[in-house]
Write a protein that binds this ligand. Structure first.
Ligand SMILES: Cc1ncc(COP(=O)(O)O)c(C=O)c1O
Length: 462
C-alpha cells in the first residue's frame, strides 16, 4: 500500500486532502480495484507516518463520494473502480516514473542509477560510418547486431567465461533480458526462488509473469549451498534468480569459491539459475568478477552497459547456450523486433573501452561510498551500514523496524529513500533502508542530515 502511495504528500493543501486525492487516483486508475479491502485507519496512519485523524478524514471524504464503503466490524473496501485486466507487477519502480522522479527541491537518494560517462558522447558522435551500411538494410535484428554480439563474447571471455557470439542475445537492457527469461521459463503459479533481499526489478518481472516467489536468504557470503538444496527439495522451483557479482541492494560480492559451489550445486540439481550481473562493472573493491556461469552449465547470465557506460543506451544482453539463445530470439522479436541499432553500434564501440569505464566508476563510487559512510557514522551512529564492495547503494540496518514510516517522514523533510521491504518478495526488512549514493556529494550529505532529522522524530517513538 505504501509503495502504491508513492510520494503522495508533497503537494499543496492539508495532508488529509492530499491523501484522499491520491487514494481516489489509485481507485480511478484501477491500481486499487473494486472489492479491495484497505488497511485499517490505524495501520495506514502508522505506515504513512501521519495521524489517525488524517487517514480518518481522507476515508470520510471518499466514503462521502461513494468511492469507499465501510462494513461494520469488517473494515473499509473500494466500492467502485475500473477493473484492471491482466497481470501486472507491484509498483516497485514508482521512483522512475516521470511524475515522481526528482520533484522540486527534494533530494532523491532512491535510485542507484549512475549518470553516463563522457565516453558515450564521444562514441555516439563518430558512429556515422558504421551506420551507413546498416541503414541500407531493414534494420530489424532481433538477436542483436553481429558486431556487438562479438564484443560481448570477447568481454566475457576476458573475465574468465569463454563465450561465442551465438551465446549472446542482445536486449533492451538487463530488465528486458530478465523479463524474457522469466516469461519463457515460468507459467502462472510456477515457483521462482529469489534471493532475499533482491533487486526490485527482478521481483517486478517475476510477479508480472505470475510466478510464485519463494525467498531464499542471502547471508554476507551469498546463499548457503545447503539452504539451496533444501529450498529446491521443498519448493521444486523452475528458476533461481540471484546476483553472483555485485548485489543490489547490499553491494556485496559472492567470493569465487562460493560462486563455483553454487553453480555446481545448481547443475547437479538440474536447476536453472538466472544470474543478474548488471552491476559487475561497478566494482569498488577487488578485480572484475567472473560470473558463475564459468562453473555451471545451467546458469543463464544477464548483463548490461547501464552501470558501466550509461543506462540511457538501453542495451543489455543474455548469455546462455546457443540453443537457448535461438529459442529466445522469437520472443525478443515479439517484444520489440530488436534493440535500436543506433544504440548497439555505439555500444559496440564502447565495450572495448570497458577498462576505462571500470576505473572511472571505481574512483567515483569509492569516494561517494566513503563520504556516505562517514556522514552516517557522524549523524546516525546507531545505524549499521553493510559496507558495499560495489554498486551505488548502501544497505543500512536501523535500530528498529520502522523503515517504511521513517521514509515517509524523511520524504516530508526533503529526502527520498527506499525502505527495505521494496527489496523483499515477502515485504520483510522493515529494519533496513537503502541509500543510493549516485547523487552528487552535497546532496548526499544534505540527504543524510534530513534523514537524521527524520530519525530523531520516528526513532523516538519506536
Ligand atoms: C541488479 C540490477 N539488474 C538489472 C537492472 C536493470 O538494468 P538495465 O538498465 O540494463 O535494464 C538494474 C538497474 O538498476 C539493477 O540494479
Amino acid at each position: 500500500m505504501v509503495r502504491l502511495m508513492g510520494d503522495w504528500g508533497l503537494g499543496e493543501g492539508a495532508l488529509h486532502t492530499q491523501l484522499a486525492s491520491h487514494l481516489r487516483m489509485l481507485v480511478v486508475s484501477g491500481k486499487l480495484a473494486a472489492g479491495v479491502r484497505l488497511p485499517s485507519e490505524r495501520s495506514l496512519a502508522e505506515a504513512l507516518d501521519v495521524s489517525r485523524n488524517t487517514v480518518g478524514a481522507a476515508f470520510d471524504e471518499l466514503r462521502g463520494d461513494g468511492i469507499l464503503t465501510s462494513r461494520r466490524g469488517d473494515g473499509t473496501y473500494v466500492s467502485s473502480a475500473r477493473q484492471f485486466l491482466g497481470v501486472r507487477g507491484d509498483d516497485r519502480f514508482e521512483s522512475f516514473l516521470a511524475t515522481t522522479a526528482g520533484i522540486g527541491s527534494r533530494i532523491d537518494l532512491r535510485s542507484a542509477a549512475l549518470p553516463g560517462l563522457r565516453l558515450v558522447v564521444d562514441a555516439a558522435s563518430v558512429v556515422g560510418p558504421e551506420l551507413a551500411p546498416l541503414v541500407e538494410s531493414h534494420g530489424y535484428l532481433p538477436e542483436g547486431l553481429p558486431a556487438l554480439r562479438d564484443e560481448v563474447a570477447r568481454y566475457y571471455t576476458a573475465v574468465g567465461l569463454p563465450t561465442t557470439p551465438d551465446q549472446i542475445l542482445i536486449t533492451s537492457g538487463a530488465q528486458q533480458a530478465m523479463r524474457m527469461a522469466a516469461v519463457s521459463m515460468l507459467e502462472p503459479g510456477s515457483v521462482a526462488l529469489v534471493e532475499e533481499p533482491s533487486f526490485r526489478g527482478a521481483i517486478e518481472v517475476l510477479r508480472a509473469a505470475g510466478a510464485r516467489l519463494e525467498p531464499i536468504r542471502r547471508g554476507p557470503h551469498g546463499i548457503e549451498t545447503a539452504e539451496l538444496v533444501a529450498a529446491v527439495r521443498r519448493t521444486k522451483p523452475r528458476l533461481l534468480v540471484m546476483q553472483s557479482t555485485v548485489h543490489n541492494p547490499t553491494g556485496s560480492v559472492i567470493n569465487p569459491g562460493r560462486r563455483r559451489q553454487l553453480a555446481i550445486t545448481a547443475a547437479s540439481l538440474g536447476l536453472t539459475v538466472l544470474d543478474d550481473t548488471t552491476l559487475a562493472d561497478a566494482m569498488i573493491d577487488g578485480p572484475p568478477a567472473t560470473p558463475m556461469a564459468a562453473w555451471g552449465s545451467t546458469v543463464i547470465t544477464v548483463g548490461s552497459v547501464s552501470k558501466s557506460f550509461w543506462g540511457g543506451l538501453r542495451v543489455g544482453w543474455l548469455r546462455a547456450d546457443p540453443a537457448t539463445v535461438a529459442s529466445l530470439a522469437p520472443i525478443k522479436a515479439g517484444e520489440d523486433l530488436g534493440t535500436s541499432l543506433l544504440a548497439q553500434v555505439t555500444t559496440a564501440r564502447l565495450l572495448p573501452r570497458i577498462g576505462e569505464a571500470r576505473a572511472e566508476r571505481r574512483t567515483v563510487l569509492g569516494a561517494a561510498r566513503d563520504l556516505l559512510l562517514t556522514a552516517l557514522q557522524e549523524l546516525l551512529p546507531d545505524c549499521e551500514p553493510v559496507v558495499p564492495a560495489g554498486g551505488a547503494s548502501l544497505w543500512v540496518r536501523l535500530p528498529a523496524p520502522c523503515a517504511t514510516s521513517l521514509v515517509q517522514r524523511a520524504e516530508r523533510l526533503g529526502v527520498q529513500l527506499l525502505p527495505g521491504p521494496t527489496f523483499s518478495c515477502i515485504d520483510a526488512f522493515d529494519d533496513y533502508l537503502r541509500i543510493g549514493f549516485a547523487a552528487d556529494q552535497d546532496q548526499l550529505v544534505a540527504g543524510v542530515h534530513a534523514l537524521a532529522q527524520a530519525w530523531r522524530i520516528v526513532g523516538e517513538r519506536t
